[in-house]
Design a protein around this ligand. Structure first.
Ligand code: NAD
Length: 495
């Protein structure tokens, strides 16, 4: 795990074992159990990951606890300085990390690289906290001042999903560490290798041993994090099913919890939409990362006659080359789930106008080509449930209000987008969409730093957002200090 990743192409490359990183050392898990970690492009194990339980979480909490006071005592600007160094190390190792993300996740190299660049942007926000992380203060009456200090919580933890191995860790780490906490990261057991490389970079940047720890594993490790009384907050990113459970379990022990969940993102096209911008943007939204991102387009609501644009979407998606423009599906189980949704929609009467079920990519891995299901209906699972693959379900509607009603009725609320050239239509829709992240002619409306990333409804459990200033507020607690220093005539030495 600790060794540098040497691949600079898609050629299959082994990486060994993903161990835990506790107190500045790689260690095996107490259970002795491991799982294979597959490179999805090759459907071949590139190593194994250890499976942690309560004993490993306890060891990591001890290490974090021992390190946290000295770390918290450093001025915030010194901690931010370390993140400047981390940024330059991430830039130094960008190629290595991009290829590692690509191999463990199945993304294309370009997508792996973009995800590392986005992780670096999150680190930059951590650097900025040395300046913009100041608390507020005000003289609230004569001689009396109120001030807010952002204090660390202590030992905190983050749990991440498979689809962005390094990037999602960085949604949490900068604010949590610059905020003065000691951190336990539980990466997805499906993609554990980037976290191990990150641990070494965090150490090289100057973070003391024990301040950042990695505990690998699955549900047992997450449950132990939720149950541990010394862990004060948990950030989680993953599916709605698991996010809801983790939120309830962690809250029950009094932790501050923020759990981002799954998505079913609706895009709406109205007749005045720009033909070329809209078609290329929709294709990028539902095929990027092979549809395995919480911001991917999933349902397309075609308002009125937009057939020319739909035709261009089918043509554009049909040109995508597997393995070059689009990466692999994460696992055989994901392949079966995604093709199951397509089969089901076809049986229920949807027209498969682009069929990726039999598409073959290179290297023998798990591949599904872009798939478009036209004339879907509101009751089809493909139109209502998260598929998490490169599948676009088109519903034909007559009016914008009908489209909005369908979007509003779906229980998720991560992202939505309207394609139009009319400001009035854009304003009408953005004010009515039930989604935390809304795009106008932007099919993947990710709020870049310093804006906070987070959805609504069943796409998020907890208050606030994961990134930006909200992340800073989540990983710190405000201490309100009221002081009175002025000499006042109505008080005496005794009173
Ligand atoms: P997942 O929910 O299966 O796993 C997420 C994390 O939870 C992993 O670390 C995993 O080990 C752990 N986990 C799995 N089962 C558990 C259980 N029973 N109890 C406790 N912990 C458990 O998600 P995934 O398949 O890794 O990722 C894909 C999902 O994540 C999709 O639903 C996607 O929409 C969502 N996602 C959401 C966002 C967002 O910002 N809202 C971002 C990325 C991914």
């Amino acid at each position: 795990m600790s060794k540098p990743f040497t691949a600079r192409s898609y050629a299959f490359t082994e990486q060994g074992d993903a161990l835990n990183w506790i107190g500045g050392k790689f260690v095996p898990a107490a259970s002795g159990q491991t799982l294979p970690v597959e490179n999805p492009r090759h459907a071949r194990a590139m190593g194994r990951v250890v499976l942690s339980g309560p004993a490993d979480i306890e060891a990591a909490v001890q290490a974090a606890h021992a390190a946290r006071r000295e770390w918290a005592a450093m001025p915030v600007r010194e901690r931010a300085d370390i993140f400047y160094r981390l940024k330059s190390l991430l830039l130094r190792d960008l190629e290595e990390l991009a290829w590692l993300v690509s191999h463990e996740n199945g993304k294309t190299y370009a997508e792996g690289r973009a995800s590392v660049e986005k992780a670096i942007e999150c680190v930059e926000f951590g650097c900025a906290l040395g300046n913009v992380g100041a608390g507020e203060q005000l003289d609230v009456s004569r001689g009396v001042n109120c001030r807010v200090d952002h204090e660390p919580l202590g030992v905190v933890a983050g749990v991440s999903p498979f689809n962005f191995p390094l990037m999602v860790c960085m949604w949490m780490l900068p604010q949590a560490l610059v905020g003065g906490n000691a951190f336990l990261l539980k990466p997805s057991e499906v993609v554990p290798f980037s976290a191990g490389r990150l641990a070494l970079l965090v150490k090289e940047a100057g973070v003391p041993d024990g301040v950042f720890n990695v505990v690998n594993g699955g549900a047992d490790a997450v449950n132990a994090l939720c149950d541990h009384p010394s862990i004060k907050a948990v950030g989680f990113v993953g599916s709605t099913r698991v996010g809801r459970m983790v939120y309830a379990r962690g809250s029950a022990t009094g932790k501050t919890m923020l759990c981002l969940g799954g998505a079913k993102n609706h895009l709406m096209i109205v007749p005045d939409a720009d033909r070329s911008l809209t078609s290329s943007n929709v294709v990028a939204s539902f095929t990027g990362c092979a549809g395995q991102r919480c911001m991917a387009a999933s349902v397309l609501l075609a308002v009125g006659n937009v057939d020319a644009i739909l035709g261009d979407i089918v043509t554009g998606a049909g040109k995508i080359r597997l393995g070059e423009d689009m990466g692999a599906i994460i696992s055989k189980a994901a392949f079966d789930r995604i093709t199951g949704y397509i089969d089901d929609a076809e049986r229920r009467g949807a027209k498969v106008v682009l069929d990726g079920r039999k598409a073959k990519g290179p290297d023998g891995g798990y591949w599904i080509g872009p798939t478009i299901l036209d004339h879907c209906t509101r009751d089809m699972p493909s139109a209502t449930e998260e598929i998490f693959g490169p599948v676009l379900s088109i519903l034909r509607v007559k009016t914008l209000d009908e489209a909005l009603a369908i979007e509003n009725a779906n229980p998720y609320g991560n992202a939505a987008c309207i394609y139009t050239t009319s400001g009035a239509v854009a304003n009408y829709a953005t004010a009515r969409l039930e989604a935390g992240m809304v795009g106008v002619n932007v099919g993947v409306p990710v709020p870049r730093e310093p804006f906070g990333f987070g959805g609504w409804n069943h796409s998020k459990f907890g208050a606030g957002n994961m990134t930006g200033y909200d992340g800073w507020r989540f990983w710190t607690r405000p201490r309100k200090v009221t002081t009175k220093w002025a000499i006042q005539s109505d008080t005496t030495w005794m009173g």
